[in-house]
Design a protein around this ligand. Sequence first.
Ligand code: SF4
Length: 380
Amino acid sequence: MSELVPIRRPRTGLPRTDETGPNLRGLSWDELVSFIETTIGGPKYRAGQVYGWLHKQRVTSFDEMTNLSKSQRAELAAASTVDALKVDTVLRSTDGTRKLRIRTSDGHQLESVLIPNDGRGLTLCISSMVGCSLTCQFCATQTLGFQRNLAAWEILDQVYRAQTLLAEDAAAAQAPWVERITNVVLMGMGEPLHNFVQVRRAIDLLTHPEGAGIAGRRITVSTAGLVPAIERFGREGLAEEVGLAISLNATTDAVRDEVMPINTKWNIDTLLATVRALPANRRRRITFEYVLLDGVNDTDDDAGRLIALLRGFDAHVNAIPFNPHAGAPYRRPSAQRVSRFVERLRRGGVKVHVRTPRGDDIGAACGQLALDSGSSAVPT
Ligand code: SF4
């Protein structure tokens, strides 16, 4: 039996304000209205103009806010920032996946991934932390350790930088339209529910009708099984607003303890009971992620146990054949093994989708986000 493995606790993750003032991109609508009133004043629509510049036009400087006077822009710049993330590198896979290697203003690195949806727009996978506070053994990110939580504006700005990249790519290709991001998934670096306050704030901003206006049903938050935060997710209404994905990856506590040490704190029964207790109308939309590890969790018995565990959920399982990375203690099962597992689930009445590895030639597939070997996740 595994020992209880302590979770690397993130620091508070509350919005940071320093001598440069708040980053306006991370302020809620109400906060921005009040901030504009106390800095440059003027009619209420002024705040709406600034909000639009930040969340629709995705500007990165006050100078671009051309419907404000020069003196208003100078006053705002003296009291606040509109810092954006910087895209250092874009890695392009032969299958159309693009990995954005991004730098924060304090020199940390993180990654987001744009994944084509078979001709129906793109899914953007974004990060909620630099590194990760958990230690899922199949995941490359955990090798980075926990560096820090991302602020809300850093979470949502990954969407804006990806949209900007798509616009630039379309212009470069003289394409008649810009590809659209149809889904946003918080499945990149970090455990989103361990950075609850900032993730919640970012979701509120991304879904605000005066801003990017992304529909909540197009956003999915993935968790490794942080039970108190899942309860909070339900209590605070997020379960009504956005999708939830549970990274399950095992059917016995003995195996899950090894693969996902968080299980030693909240085991499978506790996790599933918590998910069952979420508002009933949302339970239909729970996704279970299941990374298939050769000889570890892919047996016929596992398939049978998974069917039993998910009984009562109208669940959808994403079966993800393991994406290898350096030093990982697992192998990807054979195609036959994957088919057999999936067929057993289907015969047991479980809806299942096999997630084709996307972008594994650029280290962008599920579980592979770990920056370059030799690159650093610490400030430079
Ligand atoms: S799978 Fe997610 S929660 Fe687990 S270590 Fe990787 S990034 Fe963190």
